[in-house]
Write a protein that binds this ligand. Structure first.
Ligand SMILES: [Zn+2]
Ligand SMILES: [Zn+2]
Length: 1008
């Protein structure tokens, strides 16, 4: 059955039938973020807001951000949260910017991790056991292990407010996904890039499969290996030897040549030990180090020989065994050529640090190198050059086969010590040490890998490599070092080995003829049904157990073709996610053709070698197109001390814990303000919790507006322009201009993946400009001046929109609070458009003047602190000498000062900065003290009013002790504290009592 789920999401209008179920988010009384987030999530879910998002932007410009599939059995932790948040910010932002953004989560369901878990549970250790129990049963167990595991992730996506949690995810194990994989391989085959090859590959003896590329480069460990100097006897000589150094004795049965450096000098030396006289050939540069220092031997140089003169010299097998006996044309000295050295990836590499080096160097060892092309890559290159056989007498379990009869059935690395004993007994060991060196391990089961020759299936990279580099270069990389790293990785990449010898994975759809070896690549389920000899029926599951036994007739010779047993590398699964997630080309053809090249991928930096690379490969091979236009690289999230989070250390913080402790919006805002998304972040619960400060200030600002505004009316930008044109209120002009600057900066930052700058810019605007400055300036006028209400409504709504992609819950809630109207259709801040800059509203000079004035106010507050003068006590004057312009009225209002004086002479009490010098009086004068006393009285009554639960409009009766100052300012006091009447009494009266003292002034006040 084919579903058109995603087409439904994109094209079918299902808005009306569900609208109107819940017109507003349920009310939350205080800033209780858990309550808010829960209420908003309910609102979204009841009204299907996230599911309907795409219908709002239907037909508009597409935005395809593909979700890199996390491994389905992984538990989301705070590192995942950061990636989820960034991806979600991208989509939410693009939605609000008018793009038709694609939303879909996905899960990586196949591969060794699941198999290893299942094997462990079943108590089986090798492939024989699996085959004995039956592949079907084993696959069934693997399937059971992953079913429903996505639920935790989906729940988490919803909790963190990510839209993708509301859409049908893709799973790499499903039939439609596997069919897409088959189609992909068939198409690649038709393009001529699929081939079978026999090469030495890394092999895990425990998992019994080849491993390659990223799977190997990612997991190294220092292990202790033997380091031996051994003697290869020269053919036809009784006591003359070639000295060779090796750390892998187990590869000696597969030796086919000894390589020397043609331009180096070698020597033939005579050593006498007791009654034994022997002759050794060794590089001159290594003579002293090896023979004198390490072996403590005396020697006599007999002859000096150029490396090139050793060419062709024959020698005896170091280990006599079947394979050495039966292989012709081996065991000669050959000359070294330059070969590709092993590659090392550097995160911030500015240039490729891999180069060709000579196979032999004389900096270590003996200058004579044992060559086993079946057990090493550089050896293999040498072997190709000299047409040497690649011997590999090792089976799938990493054990010697009958070709090495003495050690048959022995695990090769375990056989090392016995090989050394054998060589010692034959007098072939000159020196024996142990040495620690980095060695690759199986990324899944941690077994040391070995190199062995196997037949595998490859996708040829040669014909597409240039394109891959070009496409990657043309993409927008944030930060830019990703481009460099990607180029290095592609440059050095070999053919992609896509086959693995396992079970729980997408089967490779290649059928091979037993007679003529012709291959048939099956590209769809339909094709399979048509070509198989056996009836297939309507299979829903295309894993190995269902298709391994199906045969088809060879098109070339009519012989019987059977499926090769191999399955795909899991990177093939995720590498085709852009279309396989949609079931393309069998489903959603139109949709994928519309979306094609991805607009954005955003994953952690180590995925350069993983997902980013494989996407580039598949897109270039299949469509001749770049995979993505933009790539954003996420930095690691480590623990507070800077340590990598890991299960064994026990410092992993799960996503659910973090959300529970911090709340989703604060966590999101923390990730989008503390540090650049591409930098390493030391995760701190405390620092993340601090993000609530901004949200609380926003909450309070919206509530202030709701409480005091004269109108709920919302103006659009044009109406705001009309409103402020020609008025004298520069405060309004300023806040509107600051809003324009903020929008500009946020846009710029988001586009450059500088989410931390975007977050900080919006927070700064809300906290410093709107709350601490604008609201302070309009506090006294908002109740009378309708224009001020209109401006504040506008500024707060725009702020909420700016912040919506970052903190979707709080902004949704406050947006509806601010609108306050009951509407028939549920509204969402996420379906409206992001703020646009209007150049006419931007007043740079005014912003500059305000900026300077605000700095002066801040400096005055610092001086007040120094002189212990509270902010609410009025100052007599401030003396200013400033390079930049400032606004006197603004300073008076914000700094609570009566007079602003231009001055050039200052005393020692002044404060000097680069831009200005200011000075305020160190003590209050008598008049100022009285004013300050009055302010203290007002504040004390107001605080007590609030504490006693009086609302703003409630009138009170005030009783004060006799006080000249208060008696003089009786009317003003009444107004400030909203008193019906103030009576001066000689004894305490009123149920609420406060005492106010300031220097020698005091009053006892009661009210009710
Ligand atoms: Zn393994
Ligand atoms: Zn055939």
């Amino acid at each position: 059955m084919k579903t058109n789920l995603f087409l439904t999401f994109f094209y079918k209008d299902n808005v009306k039938e569900v609208y109107g179920k819940m017109s507003k988010v349920r009310k939350v009384d205080n800033y209780d973020y858990k309550e808010i987030e829960q209420a908003v999530q309910e609102y979204w879910e009841i009204n299907n807001i996230p599911q309907k998002l795409t219908t709002f932007r239907r037909g508009l410009k597409k935005y395809y951000l593909l979700d890199g599939p996390p491994y389905i059995n992984a538990e989301p932790h705070v590192g995942h949260v950061k990636t989820t948040v960034c991806k979600d910010v991208w989509t939410k932002y693009k939605f609000m910017r008018g793009f038709d953004a694609h939303l879909q989560a996905g899960f990586d369901c196949h591969g060794l991790p699941i198999e290893v878990i299942v094997q462990k549970e079943l108590g089986i250790t090798n492939k024989k056991d699996i085959e004995k129990m039956g592949i079907e049963k084993f696959e069934q167990k693997c399937l059971e292990k992953i079913l429903n595991n996505e639920k935790k992730w989906i729940e988490y996506y919803k909790k963190i407010g990510a839209w993708r949690g509301y859409y049908e995810p893709y799973f790499t194990y499903k039939k439609s996904y596997i069919e897409s994989a088959w189609w992909t391989l068939k198409t690649m085959h038709e393009k001529g890039i699929l081939n079978e090859g026999e090469n030495p590959n890394y092999w895990c003896p425990t998992c019994e499969t080849v491993l390659s590329g990223y799977e190997v480069s990612d997991s190294y460990k220092n292990i202790l290996d033997p380091s031996i100097y051994i003697k290869f006897r020269i053919k036809g000589k009784q006591n003359e030897y070639l000295l060779v150094w090796t750390t892998t004795p187990w590869t000696l049965p597969a030796n086919v040549a000894i390589i020397v450096a043609p331009k180096e000098d070698y020597v033939r030396v005579r050593v006498i030990q007791g009654d034994l006289t022997e002759y050794y050939i060794i590089a001159e540069k290594r003579l002293e180090e090896v023979l004198k220092k390490q072996a403590n031997m005396d020697y006599e140089i007999q002859e000096k020989i150029k490396g090139s003169d050793l060419d062709g010299l024959e020698y005896e097998p170091i280990i006599k065994c079947n394979i050495q006996d039966k292989t012709k044309n081996i065991r000669r000295v050959r000359l070294s050529i330059p070969v590709l050295a092993s590659k090392q990836y550097k995160k911030h590499a500015t240039e490729s640090n891999e180069s060709f080096t000579d196979f032999v160097n004389v900096a270590d060892g003996t200058g004579l190198v044992h060559c086993a092309p079946g057990h090493g890559l550089t050896d293999y290159y040498m072997g190709i050059h000299y047409n040497l056989p690649a011997l590999s007498p090792v089976n799938e379990e990493g054990k010697f086969n009958e070709d090495v009869e003495q050690f048959q059935g022995r695990q090769v690395k375990e056989a090392d010590k016995d090989i050394i004993s054998l060589l010692e007994s034959e007098g072939k060991v000159l020196l024996f040490n142990k040495e620690t060196h980095p060695y690759p391990l199986c990324w899944r089961c941690k077994t040391p890998l070995i190199f062995r020759m196997t037949k595998q299936w490859y996708l040829n990279i040669d014909t597409i490599k240039d394109k891959m580099i070009r496409y990657s270069e043309n993409a927008d990389w944030n930060p830019a070092f990703g481009r460099e790293a990607m180029r290095n990785w592609i440059q050095d990449a070999g053919d992609w080995c896509i086959s693995r010898q396992r079970y729980w994975a997408t089967p490779i759809p290649i059928w091979k003829c037993g007679k003529c070896s012709q291959i048939t690549v099956i590209g769809s389920f339909e094709e399979l049904i048509k070509k198989t000899i056996e009836p297939v029926g309507d299979l829903q599951d295309l894993h190995r157990h269902n298709i391994d036994e199906l045969t088809i007739n060879c098109e070339q010779c009519g012989g019987q073709s059977k499926r090769i047993k191999d399955v795909f590398d899991v990177w093939f699964d995720s590498g085709i996610a852009a279309w396989a997630s949609l079931g393309y080309p069998f489903e959603n053809k139109e949709l994928f053709e519309k979306m094609q090249t991805l607009d954005m991928i955003c994953e952690s930096q180590d995925q350069i070698r993983g997902w980013y690379y494989h996407l580039i490969f598949t897109y270039a091979a299949l469509f001749d197109k770049p995979a993505f236009k933009s790539a954003s690289l996420m930095g690691w999230v480590v623990d507070e001390k800077g340590l990598k989070m890991s299960k064994s250390v026990g410092n992993v913080i799960s996503a659910s814990d973090a959300i529970e402790k911090i709340g989703s919006d604060a966590l999101r805002l923390y990730y989008c303000s503390e540090i650049a998304p591409y930098d390493v972040q030391k995760f701190s619960i405390k620092a993340a919790t601090d993000a609530h400060k901004t949200l609380l200030i926003l909450w309070n600002s919206v509530n202030f507006c709701k409480t005091y505004r004269k109108t709920k009316k919302q103006l659009n930008t044009d109406e705001v322009l009309e409103l402020i044109t020609g008025t004298k209120n520069t405060d309004d002009d300023w806040i509107i201009s600051r809003l324009q600057t903020t929008i500009l900066e946020v846009d710029k930052a988001v586009e450059k993946f500088e989410f931390h700058i975007a977050g900080r810019t919006i927070s700064n605007f809300i906290v410093n400009d709107v709350s601490r400055t604008y609201i302070k300036l309009i506090r006294d006028t908002i109740q009378e001046d309708e224009n001020v209400s209109l401006i504040l409504n506008y500024v707060l709504t725009e702020s909420l929109k700016l912040l919506a992609p970052f903190t979707p819950f709080t902004t949704e809630y406050l947006y509806q609070e601010l609108l306050e109207e009951e509407s028939e259709e549920p509204k969402s801040i996420h379906t409206i458009f992001y703020p646009e800059v209007n150049a006419k509203l931007k007043k740079e000079k005014l912003e500059k003047t305000y900026e300077n004035s605000l700095k002066i106010v801040e400096a005055m507050n610092n001086l007040r602190q120094k002189f212990k003068l509270r902010n609410r006590w009025p100052l007599e004057y401030v003396k200013i000498n400033s390079k930049e312009e400032y606004d006197e009225e603004l300073i008076k209002k914000l700094a609570n000062v009566d007079e602003v004086v231009k001055e050039s002479k200052f005393t020692e009490a002044a404060m000097k900065t680069d831009e200005f010098t200011i000075e305020i009086p160190e003590k209050l004068s008598k008049t100022q003290l009285e004013k300050a006393f009055f302010r203290e009285v007002v504040r004390a009554i107001q605080a007590q009013r609030k504490k006693a639960g009086y609302n703003v409009n409630q009138k009170i009766q005030v009783y004060s002790s006799k006080n000249k100052i208060l008696e003089e300012m009786k009317d003003e006091l009444s107004k400030e504290v909203n008193a019906e009447e103030i009576t001066f009494v000689t004894s305490k009266k009123g149920s609420n009592q406060v005492t106010v003292e300031l220097e020698d002034l005091n009053a006892e006040i009661g009210f009710e």
